[in-house]
Design a protein around this ligand. Structure first.
Ligand code: 1GP
Length: 241
């Protein structure tokens, strides 16, 4: 069994920049997975995240099982719903959508998940999940019926992140939303990072090497990219330059 969270902490201590490729089981055809996994393995990616806002039941588990034989990278479930749990993954980001005020996504789904998690040996990583406004409605907003945090109220974003840390979260994930118009900006990342002592994950709308570097420079410990890899496989090579 891998110790994913501990490895993330050690990597951060060594100053490593972590990169997760996000695969949405709803969009990835299993036939295409071997060649996609080859690209991931040859890239600078350090983690594979699996998840989506709306995924048909069992698709996640099928995908994770397939992927297991194709890569040695840690496979981490980043679930949109209870149906996306898989015993074949290495770890689970156990999310609470702390930017929103929908009790289902703060604690309800998590309670529902327990009966399933009991049967699994997954490493569970409690994660404070903050959706930040980016100019267009995101799938997370639609599915969870919550408002994102306004991007101009940086103090409120910082306070939300710190409150999550004080509640015992082991990671903070700042989310702009899949294919966001703009990624989380440097000012927000810097301000949160300055006060946070747990790992900071950044994702949503990153489509260039420059945006990736900006996120690391501002203080992101782990960056998540999904759409850019889905839409343009040569993005893997671009990042290796
Ligand atoms: C979405 O943060 C992730 O949950 C990644 O977003 O698909 O825009 O890379 P992209």
């Amino acid at each position: 069994n891998k110790a994913i969270h501990q490895d993330i902490l050690s990597a951060i201590n060594k100053g490593e920049q972590l990169l997760a490729v996000l695969i949405d089981p709803e969009k990835m055809e299993l036939e295409k997975l071997p060649s996609f996994a080859d690209k991931i393995n040859a890239s600078r990616a350090t983690h594979i995240f699996i998840g989506g806002s709306t995924v048909e039941a069992f698709k996640t588990d099928d995908l994770v099982q397939c992927l297991k034989g194709l890569t040695n990278l840690p496979i981490v479930i980043f679930p949109g719903d209870v149906s996306q749990l898989s015993s074949h993954a290495d770890a689970l980001l156990f999310l609470s959508l702390v930017s929103g005020r929908n009790p289902d996504y703060l604690i309800g789904k998590q309670i529902e998940a327990v009966s399933v998690l009991r049967t699994m040996q997954l490493e569970i990583i409690p994660t404070g999940y903050l959706l930040i406004e980016n100019g267009k409605e995101t799938a997370v907003e639609r599915v969870t019926q919550t408002q994102p945090l306004p991007r101009n109220n940086i103090q409120h974003i910082v306070d939300t992140a710190i409150a999550s840390q004080l509640l015992g979260m082991k990671c903070i994930y700042l989310e702009a939303g899949s294919s966001a118009i703009e990624p989380i900006n440097s000012k927000i990342i810097q301000s949160v990072k300055k006060e946070l002592t747990i790992p900071l994950i950044i994702g949503g709308g990153i489509t260039s090497k420059k945006q990736l570097d900006n996120a690391y420079d501002a203080g992101a410990d782990l960056v998540v990219i999904g759409t850019a890899f889905e839409e343009n496989a040569s993005f893997f090579e671009e990042l290796n330059k």
